[in-house]
Design a protein around this ligand. Structure first.
Ligand SMILES: [Zn+2]
Length: 190
């Protein structure tokens, strides 16, 4: 079993892959939803997932791991713990991705970005720009699940552990709405 199948099995087993009728943060509807925290709440699965990230970047010098709040914090911490380096996280403040809490990226530091789930990759791109603006050297980006319709494209090395394209519908042409199935709001409110 390759890692992609393994992680999919873990997500299914821990109840992270939901089927129903969901209103996504983007405003689109979907019949599937990934509740990543079913995986992230299990330290042994987080540890095994992060071991795969560490393996893929083996041999690279990494000074710090940068996670994207909220889910990426858990992953960044564990990846950094296994590598034996520093970790920090970028969070959203007034619509901007920022480093708070005294976190600093020093010029020429080698940084690995870690994110849990991406759809369009917008947050990752903004955080990448943030790190580059501080003079970081980006070793790469590791993503747990890419659920975009098209694979995530970044100008740096990108390691996606699981590709899981989700079909989305415009509210006005959603087949689930037409069937009168009640909708459930999921995801972070912005
Ligand atoms: Zn709908």
């Amino acid at each position: 079993m390759d890692f992609q199948e393994k992680i999919k099995r873990w997500l299914e087993d821990c109840g992270a892959l939901l089927t129903g009728h969901f209103l996504l943060t983007s405003g689109l509807h979907s019949d599937k939803y990934v509740e990543k925290f079913r995986l992230l709440e299990q330290p042994e699965l987080v540890s095994a997932t992060c071991a795969e990230v560490v393996k893929r970047f083996e041999g690279e010098r990494i000074d710090a791991v940068l996670g994207l709040a909220v889910g990426g914090i858990v992953l960044a911490y564990e990846v950094a713990r296994q590598i034996g380096c520093r970790y920090m996280f970028a969070e959203t403040e007034n619509g901007q991705r920022v480093l708070r809490r005294g976190f600093e990226i020093n010029p020429n530091e080698k940084i690995l970005l870690v994110e849990d789930v991406v759809t369009t990759g917008g947050s990752v791109k903004v955080t990448l720009d943030l790190a580059l603006s501080k003079g970081a050297e980006i070793v790469g980006v590791a993503v747990l699940i890419d659920r975009g319709e098209k694979p995530l494209q970044l100008p740096v090395r990108t390691e996606v552990l699981l590709r899981l394209p989700l079909q989305t519908f415009q509210p006005e042409s959603c087949p689930l709405c037409l069937q009168g199935i009640p909708i459930e709001r999921r995801g972070s409110k912005r």
